[in-house]
Design a binder for this molecule. Sequence first.
Ligand code: G4P
Length: 527
Amino acid sequence: MSKTTENLLQQEVDKRRTFAIISHPDAGKTTLTEKLLLFGGAIREAGTVKARKASKHATSDWMEIEKQRGISVTSSVMQFDYEGHRVNILDTPGHQDFSEDTYRTLTAADSAVMLIDVAKGVEAQTIKLFQVCAKRGIPIFTFINKLDREGRSPFDLMEELEQVLGIRSVPMNWPIGTGRELCGVYDRTLNQVELFQGDDHSNIQVQKVEDYNDPMIRQMAGDFLHDQLCQDLELLDVAGDPFDMEKVQRGELTPVFFGSAINNFGVQTFLENFLKLAPKPEPRKSTAGVIEPTDEKFSGYVFKIQANMNPAHRDRIAFLRIVSGKFQRGMSVKHARMGKEIKLSQPQQFLAQDRDIVQEAFPGDIIGLFDPGIFRIGDSLSQGSEVVFDELPTFSPEIFAKVTVKNALKHKQYQKGIDQLTEEGTIQVFQTVSFDDTLLGVVGQLQFEVFEYRMKGEYGVDVQLQRMPYQFARWIIDDNIDPSKFRINSTLVKDKKGNYVVLFENEYAMRTAMEKNPTAKFLETAP
Ligand code: G4P
């Protein structure tokens, strides 16, 4: 590679930030995303993202089910430029009915922003998404939202982060008053205050100060709030964790920002700090060793397949995370699993609502590839020599249903549908050891609905789903597996690859089984 090409690639890698926002529904993810896109000039008016969420898009070609329910079934990607950075936000469905796609999307992110409602604290969906990020050890930044509302104390929330998520936190800014009394935030690194002006909080003033004792803050916020601020920050200075970049990078310490997305308060400073601290695209492990983003040869992997974005054409889009090199439209790459060269001629980039044809892209970027049925989740594509990236993890399903075909004559199509939809990662499939029943496992109820919808639409098969009482799946490794041991509140099944898995109805049954089988290993994901 020539020096200039190498430098250019390095520059492109250095400026990229690819992250996902993780939160529980209603914490304000759509609102925050929209504000970030506004700063980046990717959208011109507020309401654009919201409109998509509410499914007001008349010309939309999203899946019917998505339209009916007004939610985003599958995650998408948004890109914008801000002060020399190219930012990729991986959107994850905010609805209760999230799916394995949500988890898989997190594997394509280099960092995560955890959004928390100041009144509600850490909620169920945030915990699950946090755990997936924590397992990968990626940096997690926290934005505590809705500061304009009455909420919990910042100390209380920090304690909860540690108790519930097991992560220490370091506040980067601190509120001056909260709820109705909120008048601003103090930035601990820049030594500046950001103040709300006026009742509607619409005017924001930024003022440099000496430190938090500066009398200017007292003048602006009043004695009571300034005393409180000084007390809190003195305590933090003495007893709080100092900022430690290495710990942040390892995902052991989360920088915390307070703000109010809807009022645009604290959002811009959050974005600027985040872009400074968040990692650029990282090297990834593969069969060919560690692949550096600046490796000359293009490589990437498919982390998601979205079907039927346009039902009229039945097309599928494979989402590819670029790991190294430069992508150019029309380039030929090796499809490792199929062992053949393919041409990437119709790639798309996802910017807010629009889909544009992308000519070139770099590590950290996500491109959508038209998929005539040749891609599977986890497929690796590379230029030149063959590179296979580490397999994407499977996630432990939590909801199960027995599936049967209503019309026995359609059995062949039914089997084909199940095989293909399993490959795409729409559902996980298990076979019971005792009765050879087929069970489907998912992490979100919506996956069942998508399964039923697609079985009918694409394979012409009506299926019947009967919910089963299991809640936990554990892959079991034991020399001597005895199905009779797993009959009470549990059952023994095999996954697609023939691995044994035990499904449990409750945590008690799972704990008992583990105690009774001390030599066996119970794994949360497939071995
Ligand atoms: P989500 O994508 O995480 O589900 O959340 P979304 O942005 O849709 O926000 C959920 C609700 O919280 C919305 O109100 C939104 O306006 C509100 N919200 C977001 N950020 C803030 C904030 O900083 N302060 C306050 N007070 N509210 C905030 P909604 O009534 O459900 O919708 P809408 O009618 O306002 O659109």
